[in-house]
Write a protein that binds this ligand. Structure first.
Ligand code: CP
Length: 310
């Protein structure tokens, strides 16, 4: 938490240190057990402004705020139904909404939009995804889920699978692993959508080991976590380019038979066809538990960035 009463923005995972993450995880555990009648953010308001579609991020933030006793203002299709359609900039929208709410959750189609919003906002901005850039609150809940499921976040071998170029959740999670020790990342992606050089450079600087693999079948028996991701159809210039990358890596019953018996499968969701529904009943399929953890992690984030006594 910053020493002065500057807004505590959550715009990218690079801002966190290990202490901040451990604080959030402890808070999320506390939120899991919070009595229903506890209302620490009573009379506070959260605005959710989403220029791109969402199910989990928007609704889990809104659920989190309601569970903390606060209220919610929401525009779920801001590209069409906010004054963006009239040409208003995200900076001006945020300046206005900051007068209506105590924090703003923002999803935008342009990389860097959350930084631009934070630069002008007097209330905390929580980046709910900025184009192919970052999705920091998802990465926090992903790492929290790993710790909750496996009992540790250090010394793990983690396969990041699928669209690692446009998949902002995979990018943010890879970056967050710089706060762990003894981690080995395995990047398994179709050739057109590899993990970006910017993330690789950050992992190099932090001393995190990583390697690229083509054959998912050989990776499955040796990892503790499979983090499967959707091929981000909406980010490709043409349908042909998307088709060249989709369906290459699928977690199905055959894949689960090869997976380490103590491993877990995560996915930020939504899924399309990259995890077969036949896998859902396997106890190692942790992606629905992961999504539910989003409420507790976002309760922890909101109670951290919106001070009770502000
Ligand atoms: N994981 C995630 O960001 O899901 P939504 O797009 O539904 O918010």
């Amino acid at each position: 938490m910053p020493a002065t009463r500057q807004p505590y923005h959550v715009v990218e995972v690079g801002q966190f240190d290990r202490g901040a993450i451990e604080h959030l995880f402890a808070e999320a555990d506390r939120m899991r057990a919070l009595p229903v009648r506890s209302r620490p953010l009573q009379d506070r308001l959260l605005a959710t402004i989403f220029y791109e579609p969402s199910t989990r991020t928007r609704l889990s933030f809104e659920s989190a705020m309601h569970r903390l006793g606060g209220g919610v203002l929401s525009t779920e299709n801001a590209r069409e139904f906010s004054s963006a359609i009239k040409g208003e900039s995200v900076e001006d929208t945020v300046r206005i909404v900051a007068g209506y709410a105590d924090a703003i959750v923002l999803r935008h189609h342009e990389q860097g939009a959350a930084h631009r919003a934070a630069a002008v906002s007097p209330v905390p901005i929580l980046n709910a995804g900025d184009g192919p850039g970052e999705h920091p609150t998802q990465a926090v809940l992903d790492l929290y889920t790993i710790g909750h499921e496996l009992g540790r976040i250090d010394g793990l071998r983690v396969a990041l699978v699928g669209d690692l170029r446009f998949g902002r959740t995979a990018r943010s999670l890879a970056r967050l692993f710089r706060l762990t020790t003894g981690t080995e990342l395995v990047f398994v992606s179709p050739p057109a959508v590899p993990m970006g050089d910017d993330v690789r450079a950050e992992l190099d600087a932090a001393g995190v080991n990583y390697r690229d693999e083509i054959d998912l079948a050989t990776v499955l028996p040796e990892v503790d976590v499979v983090y499967q991701t959707r091929i981000q159809r909406e980010r490709f210039a043409t349908r042909d380019e998307y088709d060249a990358s989709r369906g290459v890596y699928v977690i199905d019953r055959t894949a689960m038979d090869r997976l380490n018996p103590d491993a877990i499968v995560l996915h930020p969701l939504p899924r399309v066809d990259e995890i077969s529904p036949e896998v859902d009943s396997d106890p190692r399929a942790a992606y629905f538990r992961q999504a539910h953890n989003g409420v507790f992690v976002r309760m922890a984030l909101l109670s951290t960035v919106i001070p009770e006594d502000a």
